[in-house]
Design a protein around this ligand. Sequence first.
Ligand code: ATP
Length: 323
Amino acid sequence: MKRVAVLTSGGDAPGMNAAIRAVTRAALAKDWEVFGVRNGYAGLLADALDPLAARDVGGIIQRGGTVLGSARCREFAEPAGRAKALAHLAARNVDALVVIGGNGSQSGSASLAREGFTVVGVPSTIDNDLYGTDVSIGADTAINVTLEAIDRLRTTASSHHRAFVVETMGRNCGYIALMAGIGGGAEVIAIPESEVEASEVAERLRAAYRRGKTHALVVVAEGAKHGVHDLLTLYGEQRASIGFDLRLTRLGHVVRGGVPSAADRLLATRLGAAAVDSLAAGRHGVLVGMQRGEINVTSLSEITGRMRPADTALVELARVLAK
Ligand code: ATP
């Protein structure tokens, strides 16, 4: 019999609970024992593990966030911190770990795998920047939440002949801004992978106003170099010639919260169960992912230090359609 632990780490993402449920029940179905680790890697260091039974993960599939809690834990990034975590796992005879999290969290899994522990990663990040999977848990919900905000802003923008700048989450990766910008028909999308200077944004707004548009939407990822600050400064100087009244909405953590979409629940369920299957098949030191609609695995050593590249064709499409 295996004793497997599951944790959620890094930024929370809608669908993490569905993944916890799937890991737990798929493992129980194999007659394994399951432990939930509280607050990510910090919980491993604090030996905060509780047994999970089927009922413990009941009623959570539709809930956002993570019932296990999540944390950022610097100590775990150091060898001494991981040694402490491994000692706690050994003392409890836990022989495998499933890590649900984003890039940093999977770097942590890769370190554990290198140090000889049996670990499988499940990709979960609203940024959708993990290499080895086309889509990560939480990204679909985050796009939909952003899109709803954009749609709502569009109606008020039209009524008042306004332009709205919508800033979305995305430190190094503009996935949410790009997808929600395309889905929401934005005039301009500015992301770290495809920067747009403030002067260019102003020009496009001016042109949109001249073409008789009643509103305009600019979607900016928070990590874009020429971000909101540059644009608002320029707007202050060129307000009269731009035409539109310009307003800023920062979505911030709203994008992370709330009920996971159907797509995220299904993805999380499939990937959680696949992580258990992978352990059962002796395939560990891997990230389970979804590529071209199929479940696959990629070595954790291969994904470390890499990012899923932005789809440049979509960036170009956004530019062409914003007319
Ligand atoms: P998100 O994509 O939502 O930001 P994330 O998983 O990338 O999530 P991070 O804060 O980058 O979030 O990482 C989560 C935790 O993973 C860190 O607090 C740390 O404990 C661990 N971690 C990050 N990088 C490493 C590393 N190189 N080696 C070991 N552990 C790491």
